[in-house]
Design a protein around this ligand. Structure first.
Ligand code: NAP
Length: 302
């Protein structure tokens, strides 16, 4: 089946989104505007990226109608080991209001808790439910939640998250969690799809060198499939995520890559090659490794 470029998931979220992590405020402004001009209609932001003013200016400069856009952002929950205060119910409400001012928007399309780090996570989730009622976000979700953390919300008899944004690529294939989310109709969103590549986060201080040695076998397989399909290796990884039913996010600071990464709708990875990529799984999270943690495994007990 060919997937059309306009295809969105059940939340109305375009299947390919532009990520804004590790962009300065100035880069966020330029790159978000470039991404929207290239045809992206889904922008992923976060309080913790410290660049939402730039993202807001980029959105405004591109002049795309608000109805066409799908903007997601996240509240940083607080994390004691980093000296970051855990957010209360009221803090969570106030955080989105402040983010909306920076983004120059009246509402976002999806608001997520960035990670289950805080003992106050159910209180933060109750605040997300209220933010949806207030119309400040159309949908609410979580990020970096494993099935136990989602189950806590179900056990508390609260509205179930509509989406879960997680690290997802052939080295970190999240097989059980993906099934759990499907059973509960939680939309899957993939981040760091390009982590297996040697070009991922290579600039000074971006942390791409951590765990670089585990990627070599994957890189050979990805290259082989990319050559066979005559597409860039990055596109193979994004397409792999999409063929697994995920919305995929991709960040670049380079205009030509921004344009290239959106264009994953005119080829298909064969069943055989999907299986070769699936077999590379090592259940190895990479994206947060430079910070010395796996965000799915550090939740404090309730
Ligand atoms: N919820 C979470 O905890 C979480 C965690 C991580 C990420 N995210 C979200 O997901 C987004 C994507 O993840 P990510 O930032 O790890 O980005 P990614 O898209 O997986 O990879 C970006 C890296 O790959 C390079 N790159 C981009 N396009 C390329 C191409 N066509 N060929 C070769 N290299 C390419 C980029 O370099 P250049 O910039 O130099 O092009 C950058 O170093 C983030 O921006 C963020 O919005 C969420």
């Amino acid at each position: 089946m060919k997937i059309s470029q306009s295809t969105r998931n059940e939340l109305g979220m375009p299947l390919v989104g532009f990520g804004t992590y590790q962009l300065s405020t100035e880069q966020a402004e330029t790159c978000v505007c470039d991404a929207l001009n290239a045809g992206f209609r889904h922008i992923d932001s976060a309080e913790g990226y410290n660049n939402e003013e730039g993202t807001g200016r980029g959105i405004k400069a591109a002049g795309v109608s608000r109805d066409e856009l799908f903007v997601t952002t996240k509240v940083f929950p607080g994390y004691k080991p980093w000296g970051s205060n855990e957010k209360s119910y009221e803090d969570t409400i106030e955080t989105l209001k402040r983010q909306l001012t920076q983004l120059q928007l009246d509402y976002v399309d999806l608001y997520m808790i960035h990670a289950p780090f805080s003992e106050l996570r159910l209180e933060q989730w109750r605040a997300c439910i209220e933010l949806k009622k207030l119309g400040l976000t159309k949908h609410i979700g979580v990020a970096n939640y494993n099935s136990m953390r989602i189950q806590e919300i179900l056990d508390a008899d609260l509205d179930i998250p509509e989406a879960n944004q997680i690290e997802f690529h052939p080295l970190c294939a999240q097989v059980e969690l993906t099934r759990f989310m499907a059973r509960h109709s939680i939309a899957p969103i993939a981040y760091s799809s390009l982590a297996p590549l040697s070009t991922w986060r290579v600039e000074e201080g971006q942390g791409g060198d951590v765990l670089a040695e585990i990627k070599q076998e994957a890189q050979t397989v990805i290259k082989d499939i990319a050559t066979k399909l005559s597409v860039a290796e990055a596109k193979v990884l994004l397409r792999w995520g999409m063929q697994h039913g995920y919305c995929v996010l991709t960040k670049s600071s380079k205009p030509e890559r921004i344009r290239e990464n959106l264009n994953i709708f005119d080829f298909e990875i064969s069943t055989n090659d999907m299986e070769r990529l699936d077999k590379l799984n090592q259940n190895q999270a990479i994206a947060w490794a430079a910070n010395g943690l796996n965000p799915m495994e550090v939740a404090a007990p309730l």
